[in-house]
Design a protein around this ligand. Structure first.
Ligand code: ADP
Length: 300
C-alpha cells in the first residue's frame, strides 16, 4: 500500500496576453478549473497505474472540494482519511502568458488543516504501508511529524521537497529517496546553481544532496531525464524519453506517483526511476495535470 499525505488544490487556469501591472485590468480566456495540488496529483498518478493508494488530506466544503474528492475516487484512491473542513478548498490561480513564464498564486486554505493530529488519526492507513509520499504544500510541521514517525515505524518515505523549503536534518534523513527538480536542489544546497546542464554537474549535485542526509536522491532534469544517487553506489543517469512536450504541468507529480508504485512493488531505485520516466513522458505529451496521467496499459 502507498499512502500520500499532502495537498489538494483546484487549479483555476486562465490564458492572458500579458500579466496585469499594478492598477491594470486585463481580459483573460474562459476560466478552466481542473483538479490539482501536488499531493492529490501524485495520488491520482499512482492510482491510475493500479497502485493500492490512500490519500490523507483536507478539502473545503465548497464545490471545489467535491471536484477534488471525485478525481481521487475516480482514480481508485481510498479517501477514508480525506477530510472535508468548513471553508475554502485549496486553489492555485494559474496565469498562462505567451512568454511561457507562467505566474501562479497558491492559496492553501483547507491544506493548512492537514495537521499532525490528522496524521495520527490516519495511522491505520499508513502504519503498515510500504511507502509514504510527502510534498511541501501542507504545513512543514506536519511533514516533519509524518516523515519521522513513518520512518521510525519502518515505512519507506518518498520526500518530494516541493515547493522548495528549508527542512530539518531529521526530516531529510528519513527520505529514501529525496526527490527534487533542479531549482529545488539549488535551494536545498544554499542557492548554489545546480550546474546541471552537463550530466557530470547533475551527478555532482545529486551527491551533494546525498550529503544532506537522505538514504537516496532522485534529481529530475526535465527533458534531460533524472539522476539518481544512493549511499555506496555510483550516481546514475536515466535519460528522458524523446517526446514532443505538449504540457509539462504536473510532470514531476506523475514521476513521483509512478516512483511510489514501483518502489512499493519492490523494484530497485534505478528500475523505478526508469519506469517513472516512461510515465512522465506520457504525461508531458498531453494537456493538463491529472487529466494527462496514464493507466498502466497506456505506458507500454
Ligand atoms: P518538475 O515538473 O517538478 O519541475 P521536471 O521538469 O524535472 O520536474 O520533470 C520531471 C520528469 O518529467 C523528468 O525527470 C522527465 O522524466 C519528465 N519530463 C519533463 N519534461 C520532459 C520533456 N520535455 N520530455 C520528456 N520528459 C520530460
Amino acid at each position: 500500500r502507498i499512502v500520500v499525505i499532502g495537498s489538494a488544490n483546484a487549479d483555476l487556469v486562465l490564458d492572458i496576453d500579458h500579466r496585469p501591472a499594478a492598477g491594470e485590468t486585463v481580459l483573460g480566456s474562459d476560466l478552466v478549473v481542473t483538479p490539482g495540488g501536488k499531493g492529490a496529483n501524485q495520488a491520482v498518478a499512482a492510482g491510475r497505474l493500479g497502485g493500492d493508494v490512500a490519500f490523507v488530506g483536507c478539502v473545503g466544503d465548497d464545490g471545489y472540494g467535491e471536484l477534488l474528492r471525485r478525481s481521487l475516487t475516480d482514480a481508485g484512491v481510498d479517501v477514508t482519511h480525506l477530510r472535508t473542513v468548513p471553508g475554502a478548498s485549496g486553489n492555485a490561480i494559474i496565469l498562462l502568458t505567451p512568454d511561457g513564464e507562467n505566474s501562479i498564486i497558491v492559496s492553501p486554505s483547507a491544506n493548512r488543516r492537514v495537521t499532525e493530529e490528522l496524521v495520527e488519526e490516519s495511522r491505520a492507513a499508513w502504519a503498515g504501508a510500504a511507502v509514504m509520499v510527502l510534498q511541501l504544500e501542507i504545513p512543514l510541521a506536519t511533514v516533519a511529524h509524518a516523515a519521522t514517525t513513518a520512518h521510525a515505524a519502518g515505512v519507506r518515505v518518498i520526500l518530494n521537497a516541493a515547493p522548495a523549503a528549508a527542512l530539518p536534518p531529521e526530516v531529510l534523513a528519513a527520505a529514501d529517496p529525496l526527490v527534487v527538480n533542479e531549482s529545488e536542489a539549488a535551494f536545498l544546497l544554499g542557492g548554489v546553481p545546480a550546474a546541471a546542464a552537463e550530466p557530470g554537474g547533475a551527478a555532482a549535485t545529486a551527491v551533494a544532496l546525498l550529503d544532506l542526509g537522505p538514504r537516496s536522491v532522485v534529481l529530475t532534469l526535465g527533458a534531460d531525464g533524472a539522476v539518481l544517487a544512493a549511499r555506496g553506489a555510483e550516481p546514475g543517469h536515466v535519460p528522458a524519453r524523446k517526446v514532443t512536450a505538449v504540457d509539462t504541468t504536473g510532470a514531476g507529480d506523475a514521476f513521483v506517483g509512478a516512483l511510489a508504485v514501483e518502489l512499493a512493488d519492490g523494484r530497485d531505485l534505478r528500475t523505478a526511476v526508469e519506469r517513472a520516466t516512461d510515465v512522465a513522458a506520457v504525461a508531458v505529451g498531453r494537456r493538463g495535470a491529472q487529466a494527462s496521467y496514464p493507466a498502466r496499459e497506456e505506458v507500454r
